[in-house]
Design a protein around this ligand. Structure first.
Ligand code: TMP
Length: 211
């Protein structure tokens, strides 16, 4: 029994998902909900330290398996230290990236077989329910241009466009595989329209009885 709600934001670089996650947290708090806004990799001191490893200087030349295991190590620490306690208290947890990013980047991008991802998923999050996932979808060139204009490129943003194309396709595949949980949002629409679409979908979720 999961008392709270878990809402995740996914998408490629420059899709605006972090901004939208923050805006949704503000809207829900203004409505009186208790909200935890967090991100992956990261979200707790330990998981943020792992983020430094996997996205910082050590990332140079890191092999795909090490990267995959560090992403899941960060996720295990995050679930244990923050997400599960907040859900048990009945909070709405909004997470900027989650499991679908592993499928998109390590699976689609790096080409790691889905069976390995499924095994780690079964180990790290056997009973977790994600209530809603927004996949902010944008043509790769547009997303990378936005990310570069922000000056916030990390090592994944620096890699080749074809990698990001595979990432995008993997996100869309996940959406097709889990249509009840995933909502694909056109991230090229004006920011306010994106926020409204997200807000409507969340309102519908919150009207449903917790199960
Ligand atoms: P972001 O904070 O700008 O979204 O950057 C996080 C980076 O980490 C992004 O390039 C995607 C990557 N990532 C993975 O490759 N696998 C994962 O499971 C997660 C959560 C993130």
């Amino acid at each position: 029994m999961q008392a709270g709600r878990l809402i995740t934001f996914e998408g490629g670089e420059g899709s605006g998902k972090s901004t939208q996650a923050r805006l949704l947290a503000e809207i829900l708090r203004a409505q009186g909900h208790r909200v935890t806004l967090t991100r992956e990799p990261g979200g707790t001191p330990l998981a943020e330290a792992i983020r430094e490893l996997v996205l910082g200087n050590w990332a140079e030349g890191m092999d795909g398996v090490t990267e995959l295991l560090l992403m899941f190590a960060a996720r295990a620490a995050h679930l244990h230290g923050l997400i599960q306690p907040a859900l048990a208290q009945g909070q709405i947890v909004i997470c900027d990236r989650f499991i679908d990013s592993s499928h998109a980047y390590q699976g689609g991008g790096q080409g790691i077989d889905g069976t390995h991802l499924a095994a780690l998923e079964a180990l790290v999050m056997p009973t977790l329910r994600i209530d809603l996932t927004f996949i902010l979808d944008l043509p790769v060139a547009q997303g990378l241009a936005r990310a570069r204009a922000r000056g916030q490129t990390n090592r994944f943003e620096d890699v080749h466009t074809s990698f990001m194309q595979r990432v995008r396709e993997a996100f869309l595949q996940r959406a097709a595989q889990f249509p009840d949980r995933c909502a694909v949002i056109d991230a090229s629409a004006p920011r306010a329209a994106v926020t409204r679409a997200i807000e409507d979908r969340v309102a519908a979720l919150l009207q449903q009885k917790a199960h």
